[in-house]
Design a protein around this ligand. Structure first.
Ligand SMILES: Cc1cc2nc3c(=O)[nH]c(=O)nc-3n(C[C@H](O)[C@H](O)[C@H](O)COP(=O)(O)OP(=O)(O)OC[C@H]3O[C@@H](n4cnc5c(N)ncnc54)[C@H](O)[C@@H]3O)c2cc1C
Length: 415
């Protein structure tokens, strides 16, 4: 492969995180016979069957809420059964605001669904994706290695790795929010800092969560607690994502377990009883990063490199997976017609098709925390009424849940 073309199409994916690996599996499944797919990952990935604590930047101590659209795609890829033991279904979502009267309960029963979403710990998702990739004969994993540059070459791209070059028909840039490749190639990007950090930790509570996820809006920002499956050490586990001022997040990251638990109970209340165990804590600075230009001849920007969102609504990965599915479908139509997979018009069409879902999801994840942090009394009344109103009007709740589940966008793909 070095510096030469392979028979058929060759797709190089820069970044073997959650999005890069998922795209590789989608392409392998949906384009039988070809292409050859090379995933280049900068950090050593956990060995197949490695210890659950083998963290990696994409598969670290975080947990991810998988939407209905993601579940549908992973079912199609045959990943759902291996994922099942590590999944906790979300049967209810309780939305509230600290110190205010409004609250709302969304339930899967009301939607007629088996769950509103599922929560998985990132290392578990990573192990499942990696194990599946190792089984695919046309996927090659090159790690640790880095894509350092790319230049147009004929109808495709010459991809520069640390010590050698590859010829690709398409380069997918999926190297994360701080994508060095996106900058190197001069893709126009805009970034807005929220001036906040997300503190994450896995916790065990005294009481069972009963499949309920909590979204609580506090003075500093949203606090989410997502249900996790029981482990050998603890039964009632939950994943915390707590938006705080950066200094407060840094203090909470190193606070002793008692001080941390007291502060958490002060913000969240005693719904789940005492905090019995506190896992590793990490914090992430929050920003909205968007690649204004996401395609070029022979190149597509995907995942956090294309859009990194506020984690409030748990949408970043789910949106990226819908992008990946749409890209795969675009190539499924193009390859039999003999259209080059890096064709400018083809990729521009993909980008146009994704604009609406991306714009709606980004607007929702950007607007929600701001709405709940404004201290205008009229706005406060409005959002409290909106929360209690959601409890009164099933249709409004249905719309909210459909948007969060990403179903409309996925139906467009199938329709
Ligand atoms: C606190 C928090 C909670 C979240 N919760 C949710 C949630 O519940 N639901 C949801 O949908 N989303 C959630 N998200 C968003 C989700 O984590 C991201 O959408 C997802 O991680 C993006 O994956 P990625 O593969 O695009 O990028 P990354 O995970 O950043 O992976 C990029 C990969 O590229 C590699 N790399 C970097 N440079 C190079 C290079 N030059 N060459 C080769 N490889 C390279 C890196 O090593 C890394 O493995 C959350 C985010 C945060 C911060």
């Amino acid at each position: 492969m070095d510096g030469l073309s392979v028979d058929g199409n060759h797709i190089v994916i820069a970044g073997g995180g959650m999005v890069g690996l998922s795209l590789a599996l989608l392409l392998h499944e949906e384009l039988p016979g070809e292409p050859i797919i090379t995933v280049v990952e900068g950090r050593a990935l956990p060995a197949p069957g490695g210890a659950p604590s083998d963290y990696h930047p994409s598969f670290d101590a975080r947990s991810t809420a998988l939407s209905y659209s993601t579940a549908t795609l992973y079912r199609e890829l045959g990943l759902w059964t291996p994922l099942l033991p590590g999944l906790a279904p979300i049967n209810q979502i309780h939305v509230s605001r600290r110190g205010r009267f409004g609250s709302s309960l969304l339930s899967s029963e009301e939607q007629g669904w088996d769950a509103l979403g599922w929560v998985v710990e990132n290392p578990c998702l990573g192990r499942t994706l990696l194990a599946a990739a190792h089984e695919c004969p046309r996927i090659t994993l090159r790690c640790p290695d880095r894509v350092t540059d790319a230049t147009p070459a004929g109808p495709g791209v010459r991809v520069q790795l640390t010590d050698e070059e590859l010829d690709a028909d398409l380069l997918v840039i999926a190297d994360g929010a701080d994508s060095s490749l996106r900058s190197k190639l001069g893709f126009l990007t805009q970034r807005k800092s929220y001036g906040q950090s997300a503190l994450i930790a896995n916790l065990a509570f005294e009481k069972d969560h009963g499949g309920c996820a909590y979204e609580r809006f506090t003075a500093t920002g949203p606090l989410a607690l997502l249900p996790l499956p029981p482990s050998d050490q603890a039964a009632h586990r939950m994943a915390l994502v707590w938006t705080l001022e950066p200094a407060e997040a840094a203090a909470m990251e190193i606070a002793d377990d008692n001080a941390f638990s007291r502060a958490l109970i002060d913000a969240f209340g005693y719904r789940l009883g005492r905090v019995e165990r506190v896992g590793d804590r990490h914090s992430y600075p929050l920003a909205l990063t968007e690649a204004v230009e996401q395609v070029r001849r022979g190149c597509v920007v995907l995942g956090n490199a294309a859009h990194a969102l506020h984690p409030v609504a748990g949408q970043g990965f789910n949106l990226a997976l819908r992008d990946a599915a749409a890209l795969s479908q675009t190539l499924v139509k193009a390859v039999p017609e003999g259209t080059a997979v890096g064709d400018t018009h083809l990729l521009a069409g993909y980008s146009r098709d994704r604009q609406r879902d991306q714009a709606q999801t980004i607007a929702a994840s950007d607007g929600l925390p701001r709405l709940f942090m404004v201290n205008d009394p009229l706005l406060s009344l409005g959002r409290d009424l909106a929360l209690s109103g959601m409890d009164m009007f099933p249709l409004l709740r249905y719309e909210f849940v459909q948007q969060a589940a990403g179903m409309a966008a996925l139906e467009e793909r199938h329709g």
